[in-house]
Write a protein that binds this ligand. Structure first.
Ligand SMILES: Cc1cc2nc3c(=O)[nH]c(=O)nc-3n(C[C@H](O)[C@H](O)[C@H](O)COP(=O)(O)O)c2cc1C
Length: 330
């Protein structure tokens, strides 16, 4: 997929996820292969100009993490020009506008899904962002507050009309929880309305899901959220099976987990490592039938040293051979 000067190949996107989509996860995904565009988590437009890109866990990145989109959380269009300037300085290759997040803390600021309820304000946000950057610009939306074909399509047309280059659609209504199956057919409704590429998001956990989601939505690409920290190798598998990419090498899960914590220890400020490790472990543990042991033991750790011990002990029980290869005794 070509968006302005940016070549996104394969059209597989990492979803922005607060506390999850950071340098550690992005690096292991990139090392596994198959991802076309990485993402930050949502970044407050108001705070962006004052962030320290080398110290903030939101902005730390390594040279391998490319190409990368930065997601902006906006409530006031006046914050956009300075925020966009900061993103240009930080080396953003694409910018995404968060128009879908239903989290109460985000809505209270007037951002995310709250912003998308005020059409005039959304229009202003998008046109201001468009005027402030030549980078590829996207918007990430949910399918609305209710199932309304016309409303959804008009909204998508308005976004495209204001100049976004591609649209990301999470196939759930604003109030729907993640446990509910996504409504992929409604992503297809959005796709029918616009000529720009549409990226489908929500509920893709396997290669079969990816295939089915593309079939149902007719989308131009896919965005993976929770599957990314659970199976960082899934992009490579989808790339291989759906887009003719190379056969992915066998996965060594203990090695991948260890690589993740090693990266965090090497690149994140000490106080910022353990929270991210707990968050990641919560997802990664789902690869094992007794994964809750990993999840809960890591949750109770107070140091990264403890994490090494409890995680290695867990993997030695689950996959002794793979673990011994990857993780020398401590
Ligand atoms: C922990 C977590 C944090 C998230 N943070 C963001 C965010 O910062 N910005 C955003 O647009 N969506 C955010 N989302 C939503 C995801 O980007 C994605 O739309 C959602 O998880 C559905 O995709 P999935 O089924 O592949 O996980 C978050 C989701 C989760 C689970």
């Amino acid at each position: 997929m070509q968006i302005k000067d940016l070549h996104i190949s394969p059209p597989l996107f990492l979803a922005p996820m607060a506390g999850v989509t950071h340098s550690g996860l992005r690096t292991i995904i990139k090392e596994c292969g198959g991802v076309g565009l990485l993402s930050t988590e949502m970044l407050s437009a108001r705070r962006l100009p004052n962030e320290n890109a080398t110290l903030s866990p939101l902005l730390i990145k390594s040279p391998i993490e490319t190409p990368m989109s930065y997601q902006m959380l906006v409530s006031d269009p006046d914050d956009i020009p300075a925020a966009m300037e900061a993103l240009h300085r930080y080396g953003a290759q694409a910018v995404d506008l968060n128009l879908g997040c239903p989290a109460p803390a985000v809505r209270r600021q007037g951002a995310g899904s709250k912003l998308s309820e005020d059409l005039d304000l959304v229009r202003k946000v998008v046109s201001t962002a468009r005027a402030a950057t030549d980078l590829p610009l996207s918007a990430k939306i949910r399918i609305g507050t209710e199932l309304n074909r016309e409303k959804l399509q008009n909204f998508c047309r308005m976004l495209a009309g204001e100049g976004i280059d591609y649209l990301i659609v999470h196939g759930r209504l604003q109030k729907e929880k993640f446990c509910r199956p996504p409504r992929w057919e409604w992503i297809g409704v959005a796709k029918e309305a616009v000529d720009i590429p549409v990226i489908a998001n929500g509920g893709i956990f396997t290669v079969a899901d990816a295939r089915q989601c593309l079939d149902i939505t007719g989308a131009d690409g896919l965005m993976l959220g929770r599957a990314a920290p659970q199976k960082p190798w899934l992009f490579a598998e989808i790339h291989h099976q759906l887009y003719g990419g190379p056969v992915p090498p066998p996965v060594n899960k203990p090695a991948l987990y260890k690589r993740f914590i090693d990266i965090l220890e090497a690149t994140f400020p000490a106080g910022r490592q353990i929270g991210r490790t707990k968050e990641f472990s919560h997802y990664f543990a789902r690869n094992y039938s007794f994964g809750h042991h990993l999840g809960s033991r890591v949750q109770s750790c107070t140091s990264m040293e403890q994490v090494h011990h409890v995680a290695r002990a867990f993997f030695m029980l689950q996959e002794p051979e793979a673990c011994t290869q990857a993780w020398p005794a401590i």
